[in-house]
Design a protein around this ligand. Structure first.
Ligand SMILES: *[C@@H]1O[C@H](CO)[C@@H](O)[C@H](O)[C@H]1NC(C)=O
Ligand SMILES: *[C@@H]1O[C@H](CO)[C@@H](O)[C@H](O)[C@H]1NC(C)=O
Ligand SMILES: *[C@@H]1O[C@H](CO)[C@@H](O)[C@H](O)[C@H]1NC(C)=O
Ligand SMILES: *[C@@H]1O[C@H](CO)[C@@H](O)[C@H](O)[C@H]1NC(C)=O
Ligand SMILES: *[C@@H]1O[C@H](CO)[C@@H](O)[C@H](O)[C@H]1NC(C)=O
Length: 509
């Protein structure tokens, strides 16, 4: 696998390291691959099962105790006993029932359940997982301009998904937005959450038990309005909150902070600009640069295709870019995904000093398919037939599965001169789509104003180098955040060294 090793050496290159390498940074990373969320669903079932059995155990006791209280008729027996039967009843109860109840109260029949709930602790998502899941939602929201209230109701791009967020989830999102200093968005999420909480007033104990009492909402409200400079509004709400929950010192502290900020006239926070990886409209609707290009069967790319032509859609002549339809069968896709599933690890980049670093602009997990099975040989042949390039000098197939709002920031597949050393550059890239993605997940080429939405079994092919063999900057591309679905793709990078005779000159381009 020398190819794989050479790739690892290259700066800013996508690499996938084996999970035993750097276990510390490559923990579960649940939010980074939809496939790996399967495990979480199992853990949640276990938790609910534990709680259900715990409830049953408690309920049995409650029933027994209630029945006891009912049969003793203790209200009536409070008076001094005046008959021997009553006296006997009391003496017997206090002699023997007392011991039984004492024993029962000391017993913890749910101890196995406690053990079980402790046992699953190492598998629970971490703060980092929440942050990543939150980042996914945040990215989806602003890439596709989704209104907060709709999103909270589970309406994404006008499609109603039957899952909504609750007050606590909205508060969590608002808190993370505050951390990022995105106060206006934070306010929207907080207000939606506050409304939901107030509609559910009767269950305040439940919210407190789960660590999100209503007073927390008011505290965050004050913090956000403090930052936005609407401090008198913050103050009146805080005063009301303090009246309601006088015991909460954090509210008092918030009020003191507020007063100080009013006195010193602290500047409100600057409205934050949208930042990283701004996506264009081609993430939401399919963009095609020219209507003149058309679909055709390519029978000339290789001898094979003269016998079995591929359905080919020409997307761009310069740089050359085509979309093949129905090139990988469902059966092969299932096999590929099964091959990849065991080995999915987070995409990382190599830093200058050679260490691995997670890149927030690459929220995906992947693996290389290095074995040389019949399936891989068949797929390699397919890549060769599609491109008419010699794929002996190519990286192994790489399979990626994306997570919540998973995306891949804008990048080139070719290497800059400075990065090249003695490596062979990536002349072409073939991306095979291994799943349909119901919403989002387009591959976009911002400079070409072109986007391709994943369709299971299709493949996108383009040349990264121009006719002189230099990197073509117009091939800058990225994967838009996936909104709904599990986005699976497989990539083949084909290198130029072996292509001297197959693509000797393309001077006409
Ligand atoms: C819960 O109780 C059921 C039925 O008694 C049992 O099969 C199951 O294993 C229990 N689950 C846990 C997590 O203890
Ligand atoms: C939501 O539920 C309704 C009614 O059960 C159903 O018609 C609709 O297809 C569901 N929406 C999604 C996105 O599953
Ligand atoms: C068919 O594909 C080959 C290789 O990709 C390309 O050189 C050729 O121009 C294509 N034919 C047509 C008609 O587009
Ligand atoms: C490239 O290959 C040449 C000759 O084999 C060697 O002298 C040179 O050090 C190599 N450069 C790099 C960057 O590996
Ligand atoms: C391509 O991009 C690189 C880096 O972004 C830049 O240095 C180079 O000048 C660009 N080339 C062209 C032809 O625009």
């Amino acid at each position: 696998m020398p190819k794989l090793l050479t790739s690892l050496a290259i700066l800013y290159f996508l690499v996938l390291v084996k999970s035993h390498g750097k276990t510390k940074i490559l923990r579960n990373n649940y939010a980074i691959s939809i496939h790996d969320m399967v495990k979480l669903i199992d853990y949640e079932h276990q938790l609910l099962d534990i709680l259900q059995n715990f409830t049953n155990a408690l309920q049995q006791r409650v029933d027994a105790i209630e029945y006891y209280l009912y049969t003793t008729d203790y209200e009536a027996e409070k008076k001094l006993p005046d008959d021997p039967i009553k006296s006997f009843r009391i003496i017997r109860r206090l002699h023997s029932d007392y011991l039984n109840w004492k024993w029962l109260m000391e017993q913890q029949p749910w101890e196995p359940l406690v053990k079980h709930i402790i046992a699953i602790a190492p598998h629970m998502p971490t703060l980092k997982d929440i942050e990543e899941a939150f980042n996914g939602l945040r990215l989806i929201q602003w890439t596709y301009s989704l209104p907060t209230a709709q999103m909270a109701e589970g309406v994404l791009q006008n499609i109603h998904h039957n899952t909504s967020l609750d007050a606590m989830q909205c508060l969590t999102i608002a808190r993370h937005l505050v951390k990022l200093k995105e106060f206006i968005r934070a306010k929207e999420w907080l207000m939606v959450g506050l409304q939901m909480h107030e509609a559910d007033e009767d269950n305040e104990v439940f919210y407190s038990q789960l660590g999100m009492p209503l007073s927390d909402f008011y505290e965050l409200f004050a913090e956000i309005h403090d930052e936005l400079g609407t401090r008198y509004l913050a103050m009146s709400e805080l005063r009301l909150a303090i009246k309601n929950w006088p015991e909460r010192v954090s509210l008092q502290r918030a009020l003191s902070r507020l007063k100080v900020n009013i006195r010193i006239g602290k500047e409100p926070a600057k409205a934050k600009e949208k930042s990283e990886g701004v996506y264009n409209k081609c993430c939401s609707t399919e963009c095609r640069p020219s209507a003149k290009l058309h679909c055709l069967y390519n029978t000339t790319a290789s001898y094979f295709l003269r016998l079995a032509p591929l359905k080919m859609e020409l997307l761009s002549l310069d740089p050359y870019m085509v979309l093949f339809h129905d090139v990988v069968s469902d059966k092969d896709i299932t096999s590929i995904r099964n091959l990849a599933k065991g080995g999915l690890v987070r995409a990382v980049t190599v830093t200058k000093d050679g260490s691995y670093e997670e890149d927030p602009a690459r929220t995906t997990k992947g693996t290389w398919l290095v074995e040389n099975s019949k399936l891989i040989q068949r797929l390699s042949q397919l890549a060769q037939d599609m491109t008419n390039l010699d794929i002996r000098d190519a990286d192994p197939f790489q399979v990626l599965n994306y997570g919540i709002g998973g995306y891949y920031g804008t990048h080139f597949d070719f290497l800059a001169d400075t990065e090249m050393g003695n490596f062979s550059n990536r002349i072409a890239t073939a991306v095979f789509y291994l799943s349909d993605v119901p919403q989002g997940g387009a591959t976009i080429f911002p400079k070409l104003g072109l986007s391709v939405f994943p369709k299971k079994g299709s493949a996108l092919l383009w040349y990264n180098l121009d006719h002189k063999g230099d990197g073509d900057n117009r091939t800058a591309h990225s994967a838009c955040p996936t909104i709904v679905g599990s986005r699976w793709v497989m990539t083949k990078w084909i290198n130029e060294r072996e292509q001297l005779f197959r693509r000797p000159c393309l001077t006409t381009l």
